[in-house]
Design a protein around this ligand. Structure first.
Ligand SMILES: C[S@@+](CC[C@H](N)C(=O)[O-])C[C@H]1O[C@@H](n2cnc3c(N)ncnc32)[C@H](O)[C@@H]1O
Length: 333
């Protein structure tokens, strides 16, 4: 199923695109040994994932074929009258399913439209497209797509904004089938202009902030840096927010999880955590649900501990390749 169909149908959220953040650096400099090792691991992981996906697709196809065959055989066994009845009843079921789907779609449109009036404002700051390669921008677009789908499924969705949407970023987004119908705010202007009358309400979320997010304030506008940079641009959002004189905050990951490496998450992880928190008001549950298991606990503790130490010593690290081994923090068990 095409990713857009999945979003449109609201049946299936596309694959979590988190790993798209793990592309090799665009730099022409040779990779260090550690970076090569990590890249290899990541490539193996990606290959396995692709293999699994292909196997699942194949299995689905076989299953559909099996069902079709069963159906044909059943029709061949029964009388003419019985056959018409069966076909009619199947048509009815299909119609019912379609109606249910379109009802769900309508409800989603209602929820998202309501969110425009009363949903928590969450902004994706798209002003960094000049700092990313087209492949990284593509990865970000996938993440945004994912966030949009997840938000649409929330009982009380947030009011999502894409600000500073220009250039390659804008072209890639516009190439998405159905993008023009998305119920999301698309702004070419930077957030600082878009919300010029509400500057005091702007809070830039950044892992480099000293302020720990405690609650989400419905009056605040939370900004997430639209960057897939593998932390190449360390501290860039903190610097930007400081220069603009706006508040900053980091997710309270450290209060609930022990991470053995960077707490820098991807755009879709951050937004998903915010969405989960808005539904549950429970940071711990939100972190555990969104931060992938493989980044929290690894079976081979010793081997990975080595990796983490190496990674921590590296100047330029791939935050997504990093093994984020985390365990519950005892103080919040
Ligand atoms: C892949 S990160 C970009 C990292 C980038 N080097 C920076 O300086 O922000 C994408 C965005 O997710 C948000 N983010 C990631 N981890 C976070 C954390 N632990 N707390 C708050 N926001 C976070 C930030 O807005 C960040 O800009």
């Amino acid at each position: 199923m095409q990713m857009m169909e999945a979003i449109e149908n609201d049946q299936n959220i596309p694959d979590n695109p988190t790993n798209d953040d793990t592309l090799p650096p665009p730099s022409s400099q040779p990779l260090s040994k550690n970076a090569q090792k990590k890249l290899l691991k990541q490539q193996r992981y990606e290959a396995k994932k692709a293999e699994k996906k292909a196997a699942m697709k194949e299995q689905k196809k076989r299953e559909a074929e099996r069902k079709r065959k069963e159906w044909d055989e059943m029709l061949a066994r029964v009388s003419e009258e019985e056959r018409s009845k069966l076909i009619e009843s199947r048509k009815g079921l299909r119609k019912e399913r379609m109606e249910k789907r379109s009802e769900e779609r309508e409800k989603k449109v209602e929820r998202l439209s309501r969110a425009k009036q009363q949903g928590q404002n969450i902004v994706v700051d798209l002003e960094f497209s000049d700092l990313m390669t087209p492949a990284e921008i593509h990865s970000l677009v996938q993440q945004i797509m994912y966030c949009y789908a997840v938000n649409g499924r929330c009982t009380s969705p947030s009011h999502l904004w894409l600000t500073g949407c220009q250039g390659e970023m804008e072209s890639q987004l516009q190439r998405l089938p159905g993008f023009e119908k998305w119920i999301i705010e698309k702004e070419n202007r930077p957030y600082i202009e878009t919300f010029q009358d509400q500057k005091e309400h702007l809070v830039y979320l950044t892992a480099d902030s000293e302020t720990m997010l405690d609650e989400l304030d419905p009056n605040k506008i939370y900004i997430v840096g639209g960057l897939v940079d593998r932390n190449r641009w360390k501290g860039i959002t903190m610097k930007k927010a400081k220069e603009q004189g706006i508040q900053t905050a980091k997710l309270p990951i450290g209060n609930y999880l022990k991470m053995s490496s960077s707490q820098v998450l991807t755009v879709n992880q951050v937004i998903e955590i915010l969405l989960k928190f808005l539904e549950t008001r429970d940071w711990k549950a939100s972190f555990f649900e969104v931060i992938p298991q493989r980044k929290r606990c690894e079976a081979d503790m010793e081997e990975n501990q080595g990796d983490i130490e190496e990674e921590e010593n590296e100047e330029e690290g791939d935050q997504l390749e990093r093994k984020r081994k985390c365990v519950e923090s005892p103080s919040h068990g």
